[in-house]
Every structure is written in C-alpha cells, then in structure tokens.
Ligand binder design. Structure first.
Ligand code: URA
Length: 243
C-alpha cells in the first residue's frame, strides 16, 4: 500500500478528489468499485453539536480547539489542516471569505495565495492591513469554512450550515465594528442571500454588525474590469469607518 501511494505521489498526485477518504481495505468485495463518498445530509443534530461546542468556547483559542475537535464535517478528512484566521483580533474590520484553497491549506492561514495578495493590496489602499498592530488600521480575516473543499469545489449548503455556529461565535469574540462578506458564499452564509453583482456595495446587517458584500478577489483576478466597483466599495468602507 505504501509503495502504491509513493507511486501516486511520484506521478504528481498531490490532492484528494473525494470529500472523504475511503478505507478500501474494509470494504465488502461487492463495493470495491470506485464510488463517490456518501452524500452528507444536513443533519440537525450535527448542527446542534456544533452549536453546543461553539457555545462552550470561552475565547478564540478554545473556539479554535473546538473546531479542531469537531468531527462531523468530512472536509476535515481531506484537508491538511484547519485554517482558523489571520490578522489582528482587535481589528475594527473582519473579512469573511469562503473557504481555504490550496495555498491556505498548506500554510494554515486564510487568503495567502494570489487572491489573498490582491486582497492585501486592495485594503492597503484604504490604510488597512492584517499585519497592523493597532486596531484602527488592522484587519482580521476568517472564512465560512475552515477546511479546504477538495479541488476547490463550492461549499455545500450542509457544510456551511454545520460550520455557521462556529463562525457566529468567532464574530462574537472578535466583535468587529464592520464585516466584509467576501463573495457569493460568504453572502449566502451571512445574509442568506446570493447574487453578489446585485448585493455588492449595499450595506446590510449580519450577526448584528453592519456588513458590506464585496466581490471576491479571485473574481477580480478573472474580471479586472470589476475593480472599479470594488474601489467604490473600499471607499464606502473607509467612509463608514471614519463616521
Ligand atoms: N478564498 C477564500 O475565500 N478564502 C481563502 O482563505 C482563500 C481564498
């Protein structure tokens, strides 16, 4: 088995493609054919487990530990590690993205790949940075999902539902003045709405905080002409911070 695995790695296979690993040594003979992992239903008990675990956390460190210990999201088994957050927890602005990608999965921090570099550049133009030490100029960054979906596929509704109690508690602990919902999936999780082209730039309320939907930087990399609207959104954020 080890030799077979090493051969796959030598061939360049470096990612899982199913949501969860299959232990083929324990499959009955009739099931040895390749198959997709069973579809994960949205189970209210699983959400309740997440809600209780999140409620028991007393700070960011215990919340992180509670997420590490949560076993009901299959993404955990395909990801290299939990991607919890980055930046300054006393920031006035909390950015909430979708889910880690390949680079984030490797590094264990959100938005460190190409999209993350653009995100840093965008916010630097209004004087905000994840490395700033004072809360005034600082950013705090987290994602709806803390584990990378295989092959960067879209998050499933049941995955977002089960991880939402952790995100809600995360926002409670950071207690930012403003939230940026980065892209469609963050809008769906936080506002229950999709359609980022229509939503972007309109201030909403999510988890009791003024929330600004913005285009995801990965979208801006593919659609540079949308940077004009993003600049308007950044200015709106800066103005709101000043107010
Ligand atoms: N895209 C996201 O939404 N989050 C990340 O952390 C990286 C890319």
């Amino acid at each position: 088995m080890k030799a077979a695995l090493e051969w796959q790695i030598a061939c360049g296979a470096d990612e899982s493609i199913l949501d969860a690993p299959i232990d083929r040594t324990s499959l009955p003979k009739s099931e040895e054919q390749p198959r997709q992992a069973p579809v994960q239903e949205s189970d209210p008990d699983i959400v309740a487990v997440a809600r209780n675990a999140a409620a028991a956390a007393i700070d960011l460190a215990t919340l992180r530990a509670a997420m590490e210990a949560y076993e009901h999201c299959d993404l955990k088994r395909g990801a290299k590690q939990l991607v919890f957050s980055d930046g300054n927890a006393s920031a006035r602005v909390m950015i909430i993205g979708e889910a880690p990608g390949r680079d984030e999965d490797i590094e264990g921090r959100p938005f460190v790949g190409r999209a993350g570099k653009l995100l840093d550049l965008m916010f630097s133009h209004i004087g905000l940075s994840r490395t700033a030490s004072g809360g005034e100029n600082a950013l705090y960054i987290a994602n709806v999902l803390p584990w990378r979906p295989p092959q960067n596929r879209d998050p499933k509704p049941e995955e977002m539902n089960m991880m939402l109690p952790f995100l809600e508690r995360h926002v409670e602990f950071v207690d930012p003045d403003l939230i940026v919902a980065m892209g469609n999936h963050a809008c769906l999780a936080l506002l229950g709405q999709r359609g980022i082209t229509r939503l972007r730039g309109q201030w909403k309320k999510a988890l009791g905080k003024p929330t600004l939907p913005m285009f995801h930087p990965a979208y801006l990399l593919r659609t540079p002409e949308a940077k004009r609207e993003t600049w308007a959104d950044l200015l709106s954020l800066k103005e709101r911070l000043g107010a």
